[in-house]
Write a protein that binds this ligand. Structure first.
Ligand code: MN
Length: 181
């Protein structure tokens, strides 16, 4: 049920993305997060947090920022299967999300409080290979899909930095976008 929309949008005879089922159990001791760089019709970053057997997903047009003064628009999209956490490759043109997908960061995370997606405020620490420290996802009032991804002030925050330009390769394969393609 949870992934019905995910499956409906895709033709698995054409895309190599995982078809996937929602998982009845967590992937491990700590929930996982991933960030994928996705050169679809518009380049964006997909931010995904493991919650309730799926990857809750947001498309972040400008990608994450380590500057706590910067709010990054994050559009809630359909839940993805946990298997998506290892997907890197190229979705054929003409298919949903057609374009190259790079695994840009991966790791585990921990909610500061018990997670409560419906509250519209998620605060958590990332233990990634590239991103570390406290972040929040804040939902715009009265708008289910519009959220903001914000770095909270801590020892990992960096003023005036652009972390999306700092890391141009895959965190798993070391490849650049054009090499994955
Ligand atoms: Mn995407």
């Amino acid at each position: 049920m949870a992934l019905e929309l995910y499956r409906k949008k895709r033709n698995f005879s054409k895309t190599s993305e995982p078809s996937g089922e929602a998982s009845s159990k967590p992937s491990g001791k700590q929930p996982i997060f991933i960030i994928q760089k996705h050169a679809a019709s518009r380049l964006h970053f997909d931010f995904r947090l493991e919650m309730d057997g799926v990857l809750k997903s947001w498309a972040v047009p400008k990608g994450p920022s380590m500057d706590s003064a910067v709010k990054r628009l994050a559009i809630l999209v359909e839940d993805h299967p946990l298997g998506y956490a290892s997907f890197e490759g190229t979705i054929p043109q003409g298919e949903y999300g057609g374009g190259t997908v790079m695994l840009w960061d991966q790791g585990t995370f921990a909610f500061n409080e018990k997670d409560d997606f419906e509250s519209g405020l998620l605060e958590f620490k990332l233990f990634g290979e590239r991103l570390h420290g406290s972040f929040a996802l804040i939902q715009k009032k009265g708008d289910r899909k519009t959220w903001w991804l914000v770095k909270k002030t801590d020892e990992y925050a960096q003023k005036n930095s652009d972390t999306t330009l700092e890391f141009m390769t895959s965190v798993v394969s070391g490849k650049k976008m054009e090499e994955i393609e």
